[in-house]
Ligand binder design. Structure first.
Ligand code: ADP
Ligand code: ASP
Ligand code: MG
Length: 423
C-alpha cells in the first residue's frame, strides 16, 4: 500500500463531466489499495475570471480581499469532487487549505508556506476515506487570514502536503502527457521527457514552463518528494522528476533538456544614469523596496563625453507599475535623463545540466537565432541555462528554431494538448 498525493489542475476539473472523470481515477487509485490525498485547482479559467471581475470593479483592490475572492475557486472544486467521489460509493471529505493545516506568511497573493500540520488529513486517511484539499491557499499563522500561494500554486500545495505526510509520490495531473522539451502548445514536435532532475526542472519552471509551479519543485527538491507529471486525460506514462533513478541510482544529465519561454516579461530602460559608483545600487535598492523581482540586467558602456550610461532590466509585466513609480519617486536622487518601458519582449531559455561541461552551446543557440532572422536584445547565463530576450512577436518562432537546432524535435508527434485554453 502506498500513500499517494494526486493534484488535478484547472483543465482537468473544468466541468461536471471532467470532475466525474477525475473522481473515477481517484477511486481507482484508492480501490487498488492506496491511501489517497487529492489536491484540486479551481475549475477551468475560474481564477482568471475572478481576477477579471475584480478588475472591472477596482484598479487596486485590497490584497487581503483578493485572496478571499480567489480561494473561492478551489473551494468549489474541492466540494464538487468530494460529492462526485461519494457518488461512486467511496467515502471522501473536502478541506480548505486552513483545515488541511497549510500555514503561510502574510504576503497576500504570493504567500510562502511556513508549516504544514495535516493532522485532520491523517485522521481521514486512518478512517479509510479519501481527503480532498483545496489547492493554492493557506492561512496566516497569527491572524488566520486567508492567503494564496501565487498563480499555479496548487502544485505547491500538493508537494507540501506530500512532504508533510511522507507520501511515496506526488502525482501532478494536467492537460499534457508530462514535461516536454518545449511547450507542446507552441512546439508540436516537442518530445516528452521520461525522467528529469529537480535542478533542470527548477530552471525550466523558473523560466516560463508553467506545467510545474517553481516553488513546488523547490519544495520537492528540499524534501526529496518524487513528482510524477501526467495527463488526467490519458493513461500515458508521464514524466518523473527526481534526482535518483529508482533502478540505476543517480542520473546522468543530457546536454540539453529543453527550451522554456516566457512572454510575461517587460523591459525597463533607465536612460542617462550618471556613470559614478553607487548609482546601480541606488537604482536597484529603490526597485527592490517596491517588491519588484528583477530578472536580467544590462548596462551599456558609458558614453565618454557625457559620463552617462543606460541601464535596462526585465521584470514581470504586472510589476512594471510598481517599478516605474519607484524610479519616478527617486528620479532627482538618481539623476537619470528619462525612463522607458517596453512590453513587447519575450524570453527564451535553453536549459541543460550537461551544458556545464560542453562547449559550443551558446554559439549554436545564437546561430539558430541568426538563421531564423531573430534579433537578440539581452543575454544572461547560468551554469545550466542560457536566456535571451527577443521581440515578443519573434518568441514562438525562436523557440521552434532553437528546438530544431538542438535536435530536440521528435520524429513522430508525441505532444498532445488534451484540454485547457492556455490562458
Ligand atoms: P494545470 O491547470 O493543470 O495546472 P497549467 O496550465 O498550469 O496546467 O500547465 C500545463 C500547461 O503548461 C500545458 O498545457 C502547456 O501548455 C504548458 N507548458 C509550458 N511548458 C511546458 C513544458 N515544457 N512541458 C509541458 N507543458 C508545458
Ligand atoms: N487556480 C490557481 C491559478 O489559476 C492555482 C492553480 O491552478 O494552481 O493560478
Ligand atoms: Mg498549473
Amino acid at each position: 500500500m502506498a500513500l499517494i498525493v494526486q493534484k488535478f489542475g484547472g483543465s482537468s476539473v473544468a466541468d461536471a463531466a471532467s470532475i466525474a472523470r477525475v473522481a473515477k481515477r481517484v477511486t481507482e487509485t484508492k480501490t487498488a489499495g492506496n491511501e489517497v490525498v487529492v489536491v484540486v485547482s479551481a475549475m477551468g479559467d475560474t481564477t482568471d475570471e475572478l481576477l477579471d471581475l475584480a478588475a472591472a470593479i477596482s484598479d487596486s483592490p485590497p490584497n487581503r480581499e483578493m485572496d478571499i475572492l480567489l480561494t473561492a475557486g478551489e473551494r468549489i472544486s474541492m466540494a464538487l469532487l468530494a460529492i462526485a467521489i461519494h457518488e461512486l460509493g467511496t467515502d471522501a471529505q473536502a478541506f480548505t487549505g486552513q483545515q488541511a493545516g497549510v500555514i503561510t506568511d502574510t504576503s497576500h497573493g504570493n504567500a510562502r508556506i511556513i508549516d504544514v500540520s495535516p493532522s485532520r488529513i491523517q485522521r481521514v486517511l486512518e478512517g479509510g476515506a479519501v481527503a480532498i484539499v483545496a489547492g493554492f491557499q493557506g492561512v496566516t499563522q497569527h491572524t488566520n487570514d486567508v492567503t494564496t500561494l501565487g498563480r499555479g500554486g496548487s502544485d505547491t500545495t500538493a508537494v507540501a502536503l506530500a512532504a508533510a505526510l511522507g507520501a511515496d509520490v506526488c502525482e501532478i495531473y494536467t492537460d499534457v502527457d508530462g514535461l516536454f522539451t518545449a511547450d507542446p502548445r507552441i512546439v508540436p514536435a516537442a518530445r516528452r521527457i521520461g525522467r528529469i532532475t529537480t535542478e533542470e526542472t527548477l530552471e525550466l519552471a523558473a523560466n516560463g514552463a508553467k506545467v510545474l509551479h517553481l516553488r513546488a519543485v523547490e519544495y520537492a527538491r528540499r524534501y526529496g518528494v518524487p513528482i510524477h507529471v501526467r495527463s488526467s486525460f490519458s493513461l500515458n506514462e508521464g514524466t518523473l522528476v527526481t534526482d535518483v533513478d529508482p533502478e540505476e541510482g543517480p542520473m546522468e544529465n543530457p546536454i540539453i533538456s529543453g527550451v522554456a519561454h516566457d512572454s510575461s516579461q517587460g523591459k525597463v530602460t533607465v536612460v542617462g544614469v550618471p556613470d559614478v559608483p553607487g548609482k546601480a545600487a541606488q537604482l536597484f535598492e529603490a526597485v527592490a523596496a517596491a517588491g519588484v523581482n528583477i530578472d536580467m540586467i544590462v548596462q551599456n558602456v558609458s558614453e565618454q563625453e557625457t559620463g552617462r550610461t543606460d541601464i535596462s532590466f526585465t521584470l514581470p509585466t504586472d510589476q512594471s507599475k510598481a517599478a516605474k513609480e519607484a524610479l519616478e519617486a527617486t528620479a532627482a536622487e538618481l539623476g537619470y535623463q528619462s525612463l522607458s518601458y517596453d512590453e513587447g519582449v519575450g524570453k527564451l531559455s535553453l536549459v541543460g545540466a550537461g551544458m556545464r561541461s560542453h562547449p559550443g552551446v551558446s554559439a549554436r543557440l545564437f546561430g539558430a537565432l541568426r538563421d531564423a532572422g531573430i534579433n537578440i536584445e539581452m543575454i544572461s547565463t547560468s551554469e545550466i541555462r542560457i536566456s535571451v530576450v527577443t521581440r515578443s512577436e519573434d518568441l514562438e518562432s525562436a523557440v521552434r528554431a532553437v528546438h530544431t537546432a538542438f535536435g530536440l524535435d521528435a520524429d513522430e508527434v508525441e505532444a498532445v494538448v488534451y484540454g485547457g485554453t492556455g490562458r
